[in-house]
Design a protein around this ligand. Structure first.
Ligand code: TNX
Length: 770
């Protein structure tokens, strides 16, 4: 006979395997709602679930829920019909005009009812996206799924974006994206509650928007005969002679705009001026200073021929802007303004005459005059206009919104002058930059912008007062496509960094938490798997972090997805899923070690391996002081960088080197326990092309008592160069408490060399004690 207790236990166990009662509620919404209170229980969608829309709300609200009803229809076969009597098994939409803004919403999920409150359709739309993300991931499927319980975990969410501008950009000039791909991109933005799409429509390599009055803009400017291959700096240059191109008719654009509107996305067209104009000039050379002829560019970069500042050009550009302003209903038009060399204007009679007549003191002021005129034209038409931060040079036009891309400085200056600002700095939000440091990354323009850098970037610079900070509209990430010829490659660069951008724009800085974000991201990636998106797996990469614990140097390995194991080797062989599982930090310094580590989930290797060689170094883990401080750009991890057992790599990665701009360096290593040492090596680099020179001299000292030093030798530049940029000093073994290295900067670079006449940089990667 079983006891009652035993029977009850068996019953509960049975229920747990079968039903929803014991299922753990997961709330992996991205961007993370500002407030989410978990509640036990679940709402379950089925054929009887109905939609009720409160009387006070307009028809658009039902439309705003389309993302949810479409998904339910396609994946679950549930047709979400409306009802007049909201009792149970219902989604209730209510007006709440006390919410902070039009994108805010409140979402209560209870066992028998989901209630959405919002002020405007956008809020209902975002609530629907949140419900979608709370449903099982398979809701993203394009085919009908059977035997799925369409559950939504109970909760109370109060949500509202921190920034009103959350933007993504797409360059369709360097490589064209057909309208279908643009629309798919818009779906992805909307899924993450991104509300601005910056469409970069004109550039040297292609003009992509039909302008009725000037058909040659697209007939000629829309296509190029050849495209450079490989990287811009490759020598010799190689060409792909295929004719490529494409453009959007005004009908196409209307279609995209309607698509965007339904997803509460404002589309911002960019018409570049006065620079990045070659494609336009190929069709209309009369608006250049020289008269041409020009060919649509197949090279990347910056070109000297720009729009001429003569009257006819203004007429031409105003006609174009008129058609653009008419076509695009949004309040913003972007007029470029970046990277416009002034050399043609300097030699152009018409431009020089205008400068004299208008009392402009240089070509920067002429650019400012240009932007002001075009800006005024748009302002008169009731539009607001945006320009890249170069529009600050020569004086900012009234009403201009500045897009700060060369760092935060332009944004700070503009906000201080009372102008609105969009923050899109290269160092944190350029998605054409590499996202991992693995050599297996496909070719990109350069730079390094990790998922974490996108996430942690603060769009509101600390330098601003609260009053000035109100001018920061929000962040935007840019996707320039020089090196991204197709959808697959673009997706690889966009995903998942766009996810970090979305949460960055949604949450205030103090609510962001990268580790927590990382724990939610894998669930979203499962959705991307179902959608067939080619996202980068760099997120799963094993990363290594070297730190000091109780005077010992340790390597800890990390992978973002908590459901992933790290398998590793330390003997130089390739790690496999059969290699040992990493559990505790690895001790470094005692011997040479090559750590190879892979992320493994359910027996599958998720990404390329982490591979790092560590040298043996008695200085590892000791106390290091460096004076003066290295340059901010190359400060690595301070003294630890010189004793982390990692020799620096090329191209130079900031974290592996300490760089000193024009200065000498003094390094002191203090041993926690005195050590017997017979050889000291100071390792540097010599890269004359980058103004980096091996030291003029290195002198090393030791201290046995910890206070007095004795010189053990000095080496000069030539000897250091000969020893592969290393200053190596041998001595009879002695037990010491301290090492001091006096490293002299090379000094002034000889004339005739790159950077001749300037003082050199000094770069150090390691000080090795053996
Ligand atoms: C700079 S960002 C540019 C673009 C390039 C990009 C590549 C900006 C205003 N101009 O023309 O495509 O760098 O990262």
């Amino acid at each position: 006979m079983k006891t009652l207790q035993q029977i009850a236990f068996i019953l509960i166990a049975l229920l747990c395997t079968q039903s929803v009662f014991c299922q753990k509620n997961e709330y992996n919404v991205i961007p993370k709602p500002v407030s989410l209170k978990p509640v036990s229980g679940q709402f379950i969608f089925n054929e009887q679930t109905r939609l009720f829309i409160d009387k006070g709300l307009g028809k658009e609200v039902a439309g705003a829920l389309f993302v949810l009803s479409d998904r339910l229809n396609t994946a679950a076969g549930i047709n979400l019909q409306t009802t007049d009597s909201p009792k149970s098994n219902v989604i209730v939409c209510k007006l709440n005009d006390k919410l902070p803004n039009k994108e805010s919403y409140i979402l209560y999920v209870a066992g028998d009812k989901i209630t959405i409150e919002a002020r405007e359709p956008a809020g209902f739309f975002y609530a629907a996206q949140t419900i979608r993300q709370l449903l099982p991931t398979i809701i993203e499927s394009e085919t009908r799924q059977k035997n799925v319980k369409w559950t939504v975990p109970c909760c109370k969410i109060e949500d509202s974006p921190y920034y009103r501008y959350r933007g993504m950009h797409l360059d369709v000039c360097r490589h064209f994206s057909p309208k279908e791909e643009v629309m798919a991109y818009l779906d992805q933005l909307a899924f993450l509650k991104i509300n601005k799409f910056h469409w970069h429509l004109t550039d040297d390599q292609g003009w992509r928007i039909e302008i009725k009055k000037y058909p040659r803009l697209t007939e000629i400017g829309g296509f190029r005969n050849r495209t450079m291959m490989g990287h811009y700096s490759d020598v010799p240059r190689r060409w792909d002679d295929t004719r490529v191109g494409g453009y959007y008719t005004q009908e196409d654009i209307k279609e995209v705009l309607a698509y965007a509107k339904k997803r509460f996305i404002t589309v911002i067209p960019e018409i570049e001026m006065p620079g990045h104009a070659i494609a336009a000039l190929a069709g209309y050379p009369q608006y250049s200073c020289s008269g041409g002829p020009f060919e649509v560019e197949g090279r990347w970069g910056i070109f000297n021929d720009i729009f001429c500042a003569r009257e006819e050009t203004f007429g031409f550009l105003q006609d174009i802007l008129d058609e653009v302003a008419e076509l695009f209903p949004g309040e913003y038009v972007h007029i470029g303004g970046d990277e416009a060399p002034k050399i043609r204007w300097e030699r152009c009679h018409a431009c020089q005459t205008r400068m004299k007549e208008e009392g402009l003191k240089d070509e920067h002021e002429l650019q400012s005059y240009f932007v002001k005129r075009m800006g005024k034209h748009l302002t008169d038409k009731g539009k607001r206009f945006i320009g890249w931060d170069e529009i600050l040079e020569g004086g900012l036009a009234p009403n201009a919104i500045v897009m700060s891309w060369r760092g935060n400085e332009g944004g700070i200056a503009a906000a201080r002058q009372g102008h609105d600002v969009i923050m899109t700095p290269t160092y944190a939000l350029y998605l054409d930059y590499y996202q991992s440091q693995l050599p297996s990354e496909p070719l990109a323009i350069g730079g390094y912008v990790s998922l974490q850098m996108v996430y942690e970037y603060n769009p509101t610079p600390k330098e601003l007062t609260p009053e000035e900070a109100k001018h920061i509209l929000g962040p935007q990430a840019n996707l320039w496509t020089e090196y991204l010829p197709n959808r697959e490659r673009r997706e690889y660069m966009i995903f998942p960094r766009i996810v970090a951008l979305a949460e960055n724009g949604w949450l205030p800085q103090d609510k962001k938490d990268f580790r927590n974000f990382e724990s939610r991201l894998p669930f979203l990636l499962e959705r991307y798997d179902i959608m067939g998106i080619n996202y980068s797996r760099a997120f799963f990469n094993v990363s290594g972090n070297v730190s000091v614990e109780n005077g010992k140097l340790k390597l800890s390995l990390h992978t973002a997805d908590p459901r992933t194991d790290i398998h590793y080797t330390t003997d130089g062989t390739k790690a496999t899923p059969e290699s040992p599982v990493y559990t505790t930090p690895i001790s470094l310094g005692d011997r040479v070690m090559i750590v190879n580590a892979i992320p493994v989930k359910n027996g599958v290797v998720l990404s390329a391996p982490y591979n790092q060689q560590f040298i043996s170094n008695k200085a590892a883990g000791q106390k290091v002081t460096v004076a003066p401080q290295p340059s901010k750009k190359y400060k690595g991890k301070g003294g630890l960088t010189l004793t982390d057992c990692i020799l620096g790599r090329y191209p130079i990665l900031g974290s592996q080197w300490l760089g000193f701009d024009k200065e000498d360096a003094e390094v002191i290593i203090e041993f926690v326990k005195p050590e017997s040492v017979s050889k000291i090596t100071v390792s540097s680099t010599h890269q004359p092309g980058q103004w980096i020179y091996a030291p003029q001299s290195v002198e090393c000292f030791i201290s046995e008592d910890g206070s007095t030093y004795k010189s053990i030798g000095i080496l000069q530049h030539d000897a250091i160069l000969k020893a592969n940029n290393k200053a190596v000093i041998d001595m009879a073994p002695v037990t010491i408490k301290k090492i001091k290295a006096d490293v002299r900067n090379f000094g002034v670079i000889p004339l005739g060399e790159q950077g001749g006449g300037h003082k050199a940089w000094l770069f150090l990667d390691e000080i090795i004690a053996e």
